[in-house]
Design a protein around this ligand. Structure first.
Ligand code: MGD
Ligand code: MGD
Ligand code: MO
Length: 762
């Protein structure tokens, strides 16, 4: 990292590897700040255990859920944040008006601790006040029944909800009469959910953890596991130690992808040793992945032709292409027509670098591609994902041991929520399944995804918003439009563990319902309950909380949803109370609607749970013609490039945050402490503008429409980021992104390619 001599408060260099003692110290301080010494620190020992709870941190799988505690700094932060000793009580709310709370930092809001009572906003005093559960339910039921059209309500889901909660939630909304299911996945891996089914017939990853033991090359594109999937570093270091090349494409030098000290390894911890992760690290330009992927495939075709000319058998898997795919000729023609000059310009990489990566790919027999938000959150997110699939298909790297595609999912159960019916575009099977099992006909017209929901709210077409977790207003782009729209709702209901800004955007009727977190004991009429979740690799397993609930009034998410459903639909035919009393019955209902969950209750009780069938992993292609498809992406047009002098901004997570939850103000691996008002920029890009490391600058979006979008007075941090690219933190960067800047195919906001200009602060 090339930092100049100048001393900037809160900006330094972090020389250590990811993990190591720095991670242990960070856990100790998270425990101290949130739980107090002695309070339930045993919680950390129950993460991802056979008889424990699933880590609310990320969706990276655990070896069988049977191993001893796998240490993870950010998993520990997620647990301590939920298991905190702090409480946001009715006294707290009485002492602070909502207008006052609005001025608080997002960190401070959540740091008040766990919500303890159902709350309703009181307009006269401008405060939230405790109300009873029955009163809350009656008010919500009345408002929802009063809407002239069920499609004027939006049912948002954040991906921490269990399968059981999510299933009841979609059932409630569908019986009520709408498919409006905005969810966090729409802002996250929707490009995967839309792109991969067209390519390979399934919108999920095809690999299992075991495949990582057999791959002989691994590509890591646009994800930051050291922060966002820290347990993955254990897997990556094993892969690296086998001598397998790990090729990274990322505009920023992410420490976790450079080197890692495994806190599980006494030798590394005591000797200060570490494992280098990336064998080659390519600093691709922000938004340059389409160009890289086309370049790699183009050069693979060249390598293939050269090999054939030399009497070899070529570098493509011709048998696989012939037996399993369509569209190869069109792809080859597209690649031949793509000029290297455009590839180099848009990727920021030299042809020779891309060719070298292609050589590694061509030489390997079993390749895994891992990717995250650096691929999906772009205007061409869906095409990016499909080009990844193309690359793998060219050498038959799908549906084979040691090979496949590995999207790194976000929230710990975001994948499961989709599997059990959180989708605005229900298919026939889902609708028929519900009708057969529950005896009502659910609506079939497509509903709203997240961007569409917010647009409908802004236009006044939707008047009610129910949120099963999350912080939609802050997670969505364009707070200027989003906040204003949400302030015109008739009804806002938040099922939540902690206070956040979305709760402070007031509707005519605003209600907060406090729920149990995953770490807590869930006791219903039939006794202790466990819930189930699905990880990034389609493993479904049970999760059982063990801690005493944060307050006596809290209810579980399934219980709350069942109550809401009964309050809204007094004559419902669904056995809401019976299902909420015994989650085995919810799982039986899930199995009745979704045949892939056959023998759900039995299989989920086996150690480690079970893997859902992924057809593409068996080379069965669930596409209309039962083939995998090479798909085309638009050419590398110049009008996709930012105007001269502009930079492309990407928005990223710090090491001390979980999405909109800000645990603290540090970003250790990037050398930032005590602040978030920074923008990472290449020293030459600074110099070109007559600016220097540490200067205060304004960042203005070159908005296509919608008025001025700017952040002002941010501190420029000289950083070894790709030229032409800049990065700042999410959600601070969201003011720069217009609501209509998204991937047209999947609706994923283009959070990671915002053309901006920077200048010295006015
Ligand atoms: N501790 C913690 N864990 C989390 C989360 C959290 O906030 N905190 N969030 C969870 C959720 S919901 C999700 S979706 C995942 C997110 O996990 P990631 O996908 O890792 O999320 P980001 O921080 O957005 O980082 C994306 C990475 O992509 C790089 N990048 C940015 N733009 C581009 C680009 O144009 N091309 C390429 N190739 N790379 C680019 C960035 O430098 C960064 O390293 O993590 C989950 N786990
Ligand atoms: N600029 C920019 N914007 C982005 C992104 C980006 O990379 N850049 N990433 C996008 C992505 S990938 C995602 S997934 C979204 C995230 O969007 P969301 O999922 O909506 O946001 P979170 O910050 O995860 O939600 C935090 C809140 O969830 C509640 N909560 C926590 N645990 C529980 C629980 O167990 N139950 C319930 N009911 N509530 C709980 C708490 O009240 C907490 O305040 O943001 C998106 N926004
Ligand atoms: Mo996400």
């Amino acid at each position: 990292m090339a930092m100049s001599e100048k001393k900037i408060p809160g900006v330094s260099e972090y020389a250590a590897p990811a993990g190591g003692w720095g991670a242990l110290r960070a856990v100790a301080s998270a425990v101290r700040e949130q739980m107090g010494v002695g309070r339930e620190t045993s919680a950390l020992k129950r993460v991802n255990q056979q008889a424990g709870f699933d880590c609310p941190g990320c969706a990276w799988p655990d070896p069988q859920h049977t191993s001893s505690f796998e240490f993870c700094e950010n998993g520990a932060k997620a647990v301590t944040w939920e298991a905190t000793a702090k409480r946001a009580t009715p006294e707290f709310f009485a002492a602070h008006t909502v207008s006052e709370l609005w001025g608080w930092h997002d960190h401070a809001l959540e740091n008040e601790g766990r919500l303890t009572h159902p709350l309703a906003y009181d307009h006269a005093s401008d405060t939230y006040r405790a109300i009873g559960w029955d009163e809350a339910m009656a008010r919500i039921g009345d408002r929802l029944r009063a809407l002239p059209d069920p499609n004027m309500a939006e049912f948002y889901t954040s991906g921490r909800a269990s399968n059981e909660a999510a299933f009841l939630y979609q059932l409630w909304a569908r019986e009520y009469g709408t498919n409006n299911f905005p969810d966090c996945s729409n802002m996250c891996h929707e490009a995967t959910s839309v792109g991969l089914p067209e390519s390979i017939g399934v919108g999920k990853g095809t690999v299992t953890l075991e495949d990582f033991e057999h791959c002989d090359a691994l590509f890591s594109i646009g994800h930051n596991p050291g922060t966002n999937h820290p347990r993955m570093l254990g897997t990556l270091s094993e892969v690296a130690q086998r001598g397998v090349p790990i090729i990274v494409f990322n505009p920023l030098p992410e420490r976790g992808l450079e080197r890692f000290t495994n806190p599980q390894s006494p030798t590394q911890m005591l000797t200060g040793g570490s494992t280098p992760i990336a064998s080659t690290y390519y600093k691709v330009k922000v938004g340059g992945d389409l160009a890289v992927l086309k370049g790699m495939m183009k050069s693979l075709l060249d390598l293939d032709a050269a090999d054939l000319a030399a009497g070899g058998s070529g570098k493509l898997d011709r048998d696989f292409i012939a037996t399993h795919t369509t569209g190869f000729e069109a792809l080859a023609a597209d690649l031949r027509a793509t000029a290297w000059a455009a590839i180099e310009r848009q990727s920021g990489l030299a042809r020779a670098e891309i060719e070298a990566a292609a050589q590694v790919y061509a030489k390997a027999n079993r390749v895994i591609v891992c990717y995250g938000m650096g691929i999906t959150q772009h205007r061409h997110g869906t095409e990016n994902v499909q080009q990844l699939a193309n690359l793998l298909l060219l050498r038959g790297n799908i549906g084979r041991k040691g090979a496949g595609i590995c999207p790194l999912r976000g929230h710990s159960n975001v994948q499961g929520d989709r599997t059990v019916g959180i989708t605005e575009k229900p298919d026939r099977a889902l609708l028929d399944g519900i009708r057969k099992r529950f005896g009502f006909t659910p609506p079939s017209a497509h509903g709203h995804d997240a961007v569409e929901a917010v647009k409908a709210i802004c236009d006044g077409r939707s008047k009610a918003l129910i949120c099963l977790g999350g912080n939609l207003a802050v997670a969505m782009s364009d707070p200027q439009a989003t906040f204003a729209g949400m302030a015109r709702l008739d009804l806002a209901v938040h099922i939540a563990t902690k206070l956040n800004r979305s709760h402070l955007i007031l509707a005519r009727e605003s209600i907060i319902l406090p729920c149990l977190g995953r770490t807590e004991l869930d006791v219903q009429a039939s006794g202790f309950q466990s819930v189930t979740v699905e990880d990034s690799m389609s493993m479904v397993h049970a999760s059982q909380g063990r801690l005493k609930p944060a307050g006596p009034l809290l209810k579980s998410e399934p219980a709350i949803v069942a109550m809401l459903a009964r309050a809204t639909l007094p004559h419902s035919r669904v056995e809401w109370e019976a299902m909420a009393a015994d989650y085995d019955r919810i799982r039986d209902a899930i199995e009745a609607v979704f045949p892939i969950f056959a023998r759900y209750n039995e299989r989920v009780r086996a150690p480690g749970g079970f893997r859902l069938y992924i057809a593409a992993s068996e080379r069965v292609w669930a596409t209309p013609d039962q083939r995998a498809h090479f798909l085309l992406a638009p050419g590398l047009a110049e009008d996709d490039e930012p105007p001269a002098g502009a930079l492309t901004l990407t928005t990223i997570r710090s090491h001390d945050q979980y999405n909109t939850t800000i645990y603290g103000m540090d970003d250790r691996y990037r050398g930032i402490s005590g602040r978030r008002d920074v923008i990472f920029i290449h020293p030459q890009d600074l110099a070109d503008r007559g600016l220097r490391h540490g200067d205060r600058i304004d960042v203005e979006a070159i908005a296509s429409a919608g008025g001025e979008r700017a952040v002002r007075g941010y501190t420029a941090v000289a950083y070894e980021i790709a030229r032409g690219s800049v990065a700042m933190y999410y959600p601070e960067g969201n003011v720069l992104i217009a609501l209509h800047d998204y991937d047209a195919r999947s609706g994923t906001p283009a959070y990671k390619s915002v053309p901006v200009r920077i200048a010295a602060a006015a």
